[in-house]
Write a protein of this length. Structure first.
Length: 306
């Protein structure tokens, strides 16, 4: 039985106590029916994960998601940050939103963001330790918002609505941002086939509302090798892009139905080696599906789920 690994945090892998290599965003695999696996993050800020794997009884745990690939299993570790009891201040500020609002970012048994008023407080965990933090505020028609910008390799933006009760109303991981009055614009560079850039604008009004969503890409579809067209097509759907330029005339009228047909998948991956090279693996929360395109004149004339 084949075991494939997909790790968001690059890690060393031990098989039955022996180091066998490094696993990361690319699929890696071994052939075993039973084994003891250790995933040791190269970033010391994360905890090690262990798994006793048995192909006859593959059971997901809180640390490892196991997906049946109909010929193997995909193991997706979920890494947790290493606990550190020492308190470390990262940043703090008091903002005036008609009354004082205190916000603090600190590290103690994980990285946390705490927003507090005289009536309430809210604590939210962060996925990384920021190199720097910035805090800002905006308001609209009596609605008050606090915006926290947490910067590392990526930028995590969190916005809280400040009322009698504090609530988290916005969370976004991006590469850059701008805040103009009550409009927040985020920028994201995607590591996909077409090298997309995503620009989203959000208005903080009575509710947080998406007002603009723009996709651009560096590479052109017609310049892709035929084997990359399928990957680019499914990646375009994943980010709610316009797939009509991929489609042959017979499918163009049904462009809006394709995403509904495929459902909400979270990743586009190459197929395992026991599947045909012209298939694509779509990873969902609890399953994997294999998809295939039929091309006519370089355009998609049919979408098939295998």
């Amino acid at each position: 039985m084949y075991c494939y690994f997909l790790c968001d945090v690059p890690c060393a892998v031990k098989l039955d106590g022996v180091y066998i290599g490094v696993a990361s965003y690319n699929l890696s695999f071994i052939e075993r029916e039973k084994c003891f696996l250790e995933f040791i993050p190269l970033d010391e800020g994360f905890e090690k994960i262990c798994l006793l794997f048995n192909s006859q009884r593959p059971i997901s745990t809180k640390n490892v998601r196991i997906i049946d690939l109909s010929g193997g299993f995909l193991l997706v570790p979920k890494f947790f940050r290493r606990s550190d009891g020492e308190f470390k201040m990262i940043g703090k500020k008091t903002l005036d939103l008609s009354f004082p609002v205190n916000v603090t970012c600190f590290s103690q048994n994980g990285v946390k963001l705490c927003v507090a008023t005289s009536d309430d407080f809210f604590i939210e965990s962060l996925p990384f330790t920021p190199k720097e933090v910035h805090f800002d505020a905006c308001s609209y028609n009596g609605n008050r918002y606090l915006v926290a910008i947490c910067i590392h390799d990526k930028t995590e933006i969190l916005a809280f609505k400040i009322d009698e009760k504090i609530s988290l109303v916005f969370k976004n991981l991006c590469d850059g941002y701008s805040l103009d009055k009550n409009v927040l614009t985020t920028y994201e560079r995607r590591c996909d086939v077409l090298r997309h850039s995503v620009c989203s604008s959000w208005a903080f009004e009575d509710e947080v509302r998406l007002t603009a969503y723009t996709l651009t890409h560096e590479r052109q579809i017609f310049a892709l090798h035929e084997r990359l067209v399928a990957v680019a097509f499914f990646e375009e759907l994943l980010i709610d892009g316009d797939v009509s330029t991929f489609l042959a005339p017979n499918l163009k009228p049904r462009a809006s139905q394709i995403k509904e047909f495929l459902g909400s998948y979270e990743r586009v991956l190459p197929p395992p080696h026991f599947m045909d090279d012209d298939t694509v693996m779509l990873l969902y929360n609890d399953k994997a599906e294999y998809a295939k395109l039929t091309l006519s004149g370089g355009l998609v004339s049919n979408v098939i789920i295998i």
